[in-house]
Design a protein around this ligand. Sequence first.
Ligand code: LIP
Length: 271
Amino acid sequence: MTDPRELERLAIDAATRAGDHLRDHRPRRVEVVATKSSDVDIVTAMDRAAEEMIVEYLLAARPDDGVVGEEGNSRATRSGVTWVIDPIDGTVNYLYTLDDYGVSIAAVQGDPDPRTWTPLAGCVHNPPRRLSYHAAVGHGAFADDRPLRGATSTGLAGALVATGFGYRAERRKRQAEIVTALLGEVRDIRRLGAASLDLCLVGDGRLDAYYERGLSPWDHAAGALIAREAGALVTGADGGPADAEMTVAAGVPLHGELLARLAELDAFSGY
Ligand code: LIP
């Protein structure tokens, strides 16, 4: 069995190298080369370049591993380990030169399915702040060398809650209804634009909770492990693993209170 701390080190190095490139070689005009689920769900040339850099680096070190990348890199594992990669989580923030974007890399054991995989290690690197959140399963979570503060223990009424919105207008309209209902019941809402960073900030006690429907595996693979290793609960709608239906991250008792409130708001299906 591979030592998860070796995988953690690789993830940090790969994410930092790609992050340095994204920051230091950002073209004056970032080229949008494709769109996905809608005209505002963009792919830039830098997303693709960063993913290629990451895959090349990881497979040079571990040639039998598998890969699942947001921008299309995909190969089956021969070692049992698969790398789940979002080269720029928060692509729109990167396009607009906003600082909240992350290079998210996780190593998982088993099929690359969030409902069944075993997270082993992960890194979410924030290039503008030159900061790496990282964790190896069973070994705690860190921001560079600092242990994360741990999830907070507030209740819903005092909670600073982050969320995010999808790229399709129909989903965004329903998400707006849900966040409107919550806004009068919590301390405040934040929408930073990168799930991986939202999850790390919950683990660091700098957000009380985060929830979002519709995340892809690469959005939450690393951040969920980091938040969990820092003591947060990170689950899906049914209390099982986080998945596309819903991701909810918070400490206790807030996680249960928020999950119950989202259920009352019918937030888990239909959009
Ligand atoms: C982003 C997510 C974020 C979500 C955005 C977007 P991307 O990922 O991290 O939580 O609200 O709409 O999906 O597309 O930048 O990799």
